[in-house]
Design a protein around this ligand. Structure first.
Ligand code: AMP
Length: 213
């Protein structure tokens, strides 16, 4: 099963991805997480991506596609994959389809986490994440521990650079301009399943499970 998890920043892709990976035994590939860990490790890839990420812009297609194709070619990605945050442009969707077709594979379905835009800024700017294990909190909806120490791994809980007001609103604009057409691309191919994503993570998870049955 090759599942694409699509949705605007703040829709809860990371949270749902964590549960789906466990339930369905999928290999998680999150391009955002790959860039962030490269950034933290100071690699050339991280340095190249940094300026785009901090402004909430997309990293150039060629770079992202190369990275994902490389990741998809590794042994742990041969028995089911969950793509989180990729593809984000029609070019990326086409490159992915082409690569998979060349290997006798195809995307099983694309789950769109569907959420009204007005909820997203509140979700993004209040979000706090663990630097160590990427666990997520929200200042209002599920406040993090007051000492900002992650109860799961002891890492520091912080606000992502790109969750600040300016970068967050840029990311939403970029989503509308560049990722919105990807929804239609999967819809035209009969692969899109819309998942209402305003509810609790548990409610969203139930709808995802039904969609994947
Ligand atoms: P995310 O954690 O998925 O919101 O990704 C964080 C940032 O990484 C994005 O704002 C982009 O700068 C970059 N990024 C992640 N995935 C992609 C992608 N598929 N195409 C281009 N840039 C990406």
């Amino acid at each position: 099963m090759i599942v694409v998890l699509l949705g605007p920043p703040g829709a809860g892709k990371g949270t749902q991805s964590g549960t789906m990976v466990k339930k369905y035994g999928l290999c998680p590939i999150s391009t955002g997480d790959i860039f962030r860990s490269n950034l933290n490790a100071g690699t050339a890839l991280g340095l190249e991506a940094r300026s785009y990420m901090s402004e909430g812009l997309l990293v150039p297609d060629e770079l992202v596609v190369r990275l994902v194709i490389d990741r998809l070619s590794q042994p742990d990605a041969q028995n089911g994959v969950l793509l989180d945050g990729f593809p984000r442009t029609v070019f990326q969707a086409e490159e992915l389809a082409g690569f998979l077709a060349a290997h006798g594979k195809s995307v099983t379905c694309c789950l769109l986490l569907d959420i009204p835009e007005k909820e997203l800024m509140v979700r993004l700017t209040g979000r706090r994440v663990c630097r160590g294990c990427s666990s997520v909190w929200h200042l209002t909806f599920s406040p993090p521990p007051t000492d900002s120490v992650c109860p799961y791994c002891g890492g520091e809980i912080h606000q992502r650079d790109d969750d600040g007001e300016a970068a967050a609103s840029n990311r939403l604009r970029v989503y509308q301009a560049q990722t919105y057409p990807v929804i239609a691309w999967y819809e035209e191919r009969g692969l899109l399943k819309k998942i209402p994503a305003s509810g609790s993570p548990q409610e969203v998870e139930k709808t995802i499970n039904k969609a994947l049955e």
